[in-house]
Design a binder for this molecule. Structure first.
Ligand code: FMN
Length: 425
């Protein structure tokens, strides 16, 4: 699931080559391919298991000791090759897999069943711009840890797509497992398979997940684990990224911030909670020199250069008519009527929740690998007059965004101790 779905972006019409397909992981891959509308090409050594693999849902089966794998894949795919290859064998056979892969295809090596050295299929990789990557379960946590900058380099796909799928992507896969029946079927194979290093977590009322693990001797294993524990804990690196090692930045590297990244930030922070789901924050991303020229005169002199050099400066505002959107945001009740006409409640709600959303915004930006420089040193009346002349939106604070330049950064200022800031009653 991590490989085919989250990293491989398996989609309708994709050809997926699944080697050693009669293993439990292989069967799961066949079912995932089917559920996503992809076309699976399963391999097995002899034709003995062909019928069984077809009955398990494989669209095509190649018996590798009896047929020419590359020619058969070319035939099945009308010369295109397989866009995704999912292989636990490796060894010298990788060369044929690379030849069978489609241009810009991706080959996941998730095991070492062959135990023989694995020469890198250089010419196919060069000619077809293949991605050949190792994959184990343990990358699940690495996905969360990696910044989009790193992942877009190694996965040659859209960093936006895979990052934004993140956790929701995983829940989608859980639903898929349940729908396809892999959920219960694999549990049976877990119990019966001697090869599997398994533990079956029996938290019946909690979300469970399949774990495909690679044991030291190269065999694959399946393990259940409790998704709720995974969802509940970010890795230490992720915590460093968004809190412990994150700093406020005042100087910026000249790396731009794309529209896709701005969307990615929005698609994360919008899920942060607000009262009644009011979601009153509104953001204006100021990026062009012309737009910056409208903003800079409103900033305190010390803040001008920080904003001028930032790839983007976000004006975090709140909508004093947020209640007009409540029929969409709170469809189950007349929340609009609760606010309309109550000016003090509107102001308090918009400011409180807009500020919360501003904080979610900073965390989301850090989570996707950006640095932030929030600032409140500006003339709000000037910003409002320039950007929100109709008076409906009000500026809260501005936040520079980009890739921070730490070269002149002062040491982090201390924080209060728990006892100074918190009381437990
Ligand atoms: C709402 C807000 C307003 C801020 N306003 C300014 C500002 O006007 N100018 C400035 O240089 N820094 C400003 N800062 C930056 C803070 O001083 C900085 O985030 C804080 O000292 C923590 O620094 P650190 O993240 O490096 O530990 C602001 C921060 C926040 C959250």
């Amino acid at each position: 699931m991590g490989a085919l779905g989250i990293q491989g972006h398996i989609a309708k019409g994709d050809f997926v080559l699944i080697t050693a397909a009669s293993s439990s992981v292989g069967i799961a891959a066949i079912e995932i391919a089917k559920a996503e509308g992809a076309i699976s090409i399963a391999t097995t050594r002899t034709s003995k298991k062909k019928a069984e693999l077809i009955s398990l849902g494989a669209d095509h089966v190649i018996a590798t000791e009896e047929e020419d794998l590359v020619a058969r894949v070319r035939g099945i795919t009308a010369g295109k090759g397989a866009r995704i290859v999912f292989d636990p064998v490796a060894g010298p056979g990788l060369e044929a897999l690379a030849q069978a892969a489609a241009p810009s295809g991706i080959i996941f090596e998730y095991g070492a069943l062959s135990m023989a050295p694995t020469p890198f299929p250089l010419f196919s990789a060069l000619r077809k711009h293949l991605t050949i990557k190792g994959y184990t379960l343990f990358e699940w946590s690495a996905i969360r840890r990696s910044s989009p900058r790193r992942s877009s380099m190694s996965w040659s796909g859209s960093s936006l797509a895979h990052s934004s799928r993140g956790l929701t992507g995983r829940f989608r896969w859980i639903r898929l497992l349940k729908r396809t029946g892999i959920w219960s079927r694999t549990r049976r194979s877990v119990r019966s398979s001697s090869r599997c290093e398994t533990s079956v977590c029996n938290h019946l009322n909690r979300v469970r997940w399949l774990r495909f693990a690679l044991s030291p001797n190269g065999s694959t294993g399946i393990q259940w684990f409790d998704m709720s524990t995974i969802a509940a804990h970010l890795s230490e690196e992720a915590l460093d990224l968004i809190f412990r090692k994150a700093r406020t930045f005042y100087a910026w590297k000249p790396e731009p911030v794309s529209d896709a990244t701005l969307h990615q930030i929005y698609d994360l922070y919008k899920f942060g909670p607000t009262s009644f789901n009011t979601s009153p924050a509104r953001i204006v991303f100021v990026r062009t020199p012309e737009a910056k020229a409208r903003l800079l005169p409103a900033l305190m002199p010390l803040n001008v250069e920080k904003a001028r050099t930032a790839p983007v400066t976000a004006i975090i505002a709140y909508d004093t008519e947020f209640y007009e959107k409540l029929p969409k945001l709170v469809p189950h009740m007349d929340a609009r009527g609760f606010f309309a006409g109550n000016a003090p409640l509107i102001q308090e709600t918009a400011f409180r929740n807009g500020t919360l959303q501003g904080a979610y915004f900073i965390i989301a930006a850090r989570a996707v690998g950006l640095d932030c420089g929030p600032m409140s040193g500006f003339d709000a009346a000037k910003v409002n007059a320039e950007f929100f002349p109709d008076g409906k939106w009000k500026t809260n604070f501005v936040c520079n965004l980009g890739h921070g330049d730490a070269s002149n950064q002062h040491p982090r200022a201390p924080r209060l101790d728990f006892e100074e800031a918190c009381t437990v009653l």
